[in-house]
Design a binder for this molecule. Sequence first.
Ligand code: AMP
Length: 415
Amino acid sequence: MTINDYKFAGKKAIVRVDFNVPLNENGEITDDTRIRGALPTLKHILKEGGALIIMSHMGKPKGKVVAKYSLKQIVDAVSAALGTPVQFAEDCAKAAEQAAALKAGEVLLLENLRYYPEEEGKPVGIDKEDPAYEEAKKAMKASQKEFAKTLASYADCYVNDAFGTAHRKHASTAVIADYFDADNKMLGYLMEKEVQAVDNILSNIKRPFTAIMGGSKVSTKIGIIENLMDKVDNLILCGGMTYTFAKANGGEIGNSICENDKLELALDIVAQAKAKGVNLVLATDCVAADDFSNDANTQICPSNAIPEGWEGVDAGPESRKAFAAAIEGAKTILWNGPAGVFEFDNFAAGSKAIAEAIAKATDEGAYSLIGGGDSVACVNKFGMADRVSYISTGGGALLEAIEGKVLPGVAAIKG
Ligand code: AMP
């Protein structure tokens, strides 16, 4: 079923959203992007005459009631965003009466799902090495089903609009879908958009395709790099992983960040790129600093000849040009992870050069997808968010989808 085809009039819809918004110490929302992201779905259901039961997690309360993670703190914000009062269920597993009393156009927000360990379905208080762990896991899976069944019992249909948790097989993101038939479960608009964006990168590729992978470590990006190797024309690997490659090739990297157990892997990536005809672009020069701080002394030097006591913290001018050249003229672009320690203004030039080149290529007709918290923060920092095609709300979910893994939250609905 699709959200556009479903007849919500007179129906109750239980909608999994990602309202895991950042709060300050006074419990005030500091960034409401995630609430705004779910509005098209929520407003559509209300406009069509449905009643809404909204559910989400917040933070990591680890299966216990932790006041600072209470969704009660966001009731007013959700109400303001929807333009209608929002009722609150203090216990997400005991909301049957409140759900049953809901009339068309009314909204009920459930308390944090992760107050129950059943949401994540992992046994608590028992070590993985413990011989009783497998039994505990089995028992937890059974109670997870019961928990999902309870949530499902509140509504006539289920909508999943939480892309950020789509890579998790949790009660509210996947297991619950078993209690609705195919005609009564669907993806929300945000999920549809995210799934489409991934498809544009994985299946619907217009060439040339340039992927830019940055961030601190090669180890956390290896799955995605390997999957992209079969798809891209240009692969820019930048950020902290530059120095693992430089060292693997016999370079001197001073104090730069490096994964010494990944040197072989780096050489293997270089060999794979060569074998597959992928244009691999690595930073040849860098901004080296004598301290990990914005006010450090800096010098430009080759990425493989960094003096003792100095560390590479950003891409150098020659590398920035090479990055821009590999992005210019691309028709499909994926960016995940900064090219330097962009949080410090003095080390943001490499990431800025990438953001600018992507914005320019997008102006010229490329499809550009930016994902993963830090690269999103980059385009926001440089004020270029409006000049890229799509900014994903998913961190881990996006990376897993691009690695080619099936997301349980999507599979539970689409089969
Ligand atoms: P990740 O979470 O792996 O995407 O990494 C993002 C982080 O990598 C950001 O906080 C950057 O500051 C950091 N980073 C990027 N380049 C470097 C570098 N050359 N040295 C140390 N950290 C870096």
